[in-house]
Design a protein around this ligand. Structure first.
Ligand code: PMP
Length: 330
């Protein structure tokens, strides 16, 4: 019989897929690491497994305990699946701007979701930050993973994503490109690839224009899951060789092209990372192998990026900027 013991053992070992259309005119091989093949649909399943297992080993999370984390997105889904399989409860805290669909996904997996008002100061007792801290204090057996400072976030990528890429490319990878949110993916994967290649793999971060990683102040942008207005400790500045800033418009136009031309229905941070990867690949030769990591699926963005009305309403449907035109047949 061939079966997996539970969904947990399906986390990781995601495929690499060559990009064939958006790369027109580029000599280097550009490969996408497609993370929506994880059971929870995103790269965050990897960190959920590693953070929970480490907390079990250290005793921070005890049998029957409760995981409390301020998250509404992919990390919540990963934590909810692993927690459910291991007998833990989950309470997620999210701001009221989060779509009901996202909240219902977390509830479907059995998590409790506490929704907080966005329109209050961070110091207000009902704020997102204060509610999650209070829940940690008041819930018996509570443990907060805190993906922004938890070393097991980058470690999970050092132990899984990095070795997978080295093996899948037969050691031929020359460039690794990933979006930066908490920084866990790029720091852990990049550190491993640099070590194993003797420093020859170039690590490039993709960042929304306005975020701190590319020198911004945290100014708002619409791409979800990437960019920050502070420097998380999960991000290791030593690992990244270069940061490429990408606009919302370029990110979303590329996201739509990936669905239409490559059969990849992925999220907006994936389009952003591909724009950065193509900018890197443009100057490279036929022996170069650029790997770009695509964190999640496009299913969660159907009423935004994949809606013509939404795109037009933000002025994103107008003629593409120069970077989004990479690979277009002119
Ligand atoms: N894209 C999406 C959709 C995400 O949810 C995240 C995680 N915040 C990232 C990219 C960035 O990954 P990391 O936190 O590892 O930097």
């Amino acid at each position: 019989m061939q079966f997996h013991d539970s969904m947990i053992s399906l986390v990781g070992n995601t495929p690499l897929v060559k990009l064939n259309s958006v790369t027109a005119g580029i000599q280097a091989t550009v490969l996408a690491k497609v993370e929506y093949f994880n059971p929870g649909g995103s790269v965050k399943d990897r960190i959920a497994v590693r953070m929970i297992e480490a907390a079990e080993q250290s005793g921070a999370l005890k049998p029957g305990g409760t995981i409390v984390e301020p998250t509404s997105g992919n990390t919540g889904v990963g934590l909810a699946i692993v927690a459910q399989q291991k007998g833990y409860k989950c309470i997620f805290v999210c701001p009221d701007k989060v779509s009901l669909d996202k909240i219902n996904v977390l509830r479907a997996y059995g998590a409790e979701v506490v929704v907080c008002p966005t329109a209050v100061d961070p110091e207000h007792p009902d704020s997102y930050y204060n509610v999650s801290d209070r829940l940690v204090r008041e819930t018996p057996g509570a443990w907060k993973p805190d993906q922004y400072s938890n070393p097991n976030n980058p470690r999970s990528h050092y132990e899984t994503t990095g070795p997978e890429l080295w093996e899948q490319t037969d050691g031929k990878i020359t460039h690794f490109v990933a979006g930066v949110g908490t920084g866990g993916t790029i720091s852990g994967t990049g550190k491993y690839l640099k070590e194993v290649s003797g420093g020859s793999v170039r690590v490039v971060g993709a960042d929304p224009e306005g975020s701190v990683y590319s020198g911004g102040s945290g100014r708002p942008y619409l791409v979800e899951g990437v960019g920050e207005d502070f420097w998380p400790t999960a991000y290791d500045r030593e690992v990244t060789d270069e940061i490429v800033a990408v606009s919302d418009k370029d990110s979303f136009q590329m996201t739509r092209r990936l669905a239409k031309e490559e059969g990849l229905l992925v999220g907006g941070s994936c389009g952003m990372a591909v724009v950065a990867a193509l900018r890197v690949a443009e100057g490279l030769g036929p022996d170069d192998v650029v790997v770009v990591l695509l964190p999640d699926s496009g299913r969660g963005y159907l009423s935004k990026i994949f809606s013509d009305e939404w795109m037009a309403g933000h002025g994103f449907l107008e003629e593409a900027g120069p970077s989004a035109r990479i690979g277009d047949v002119l």
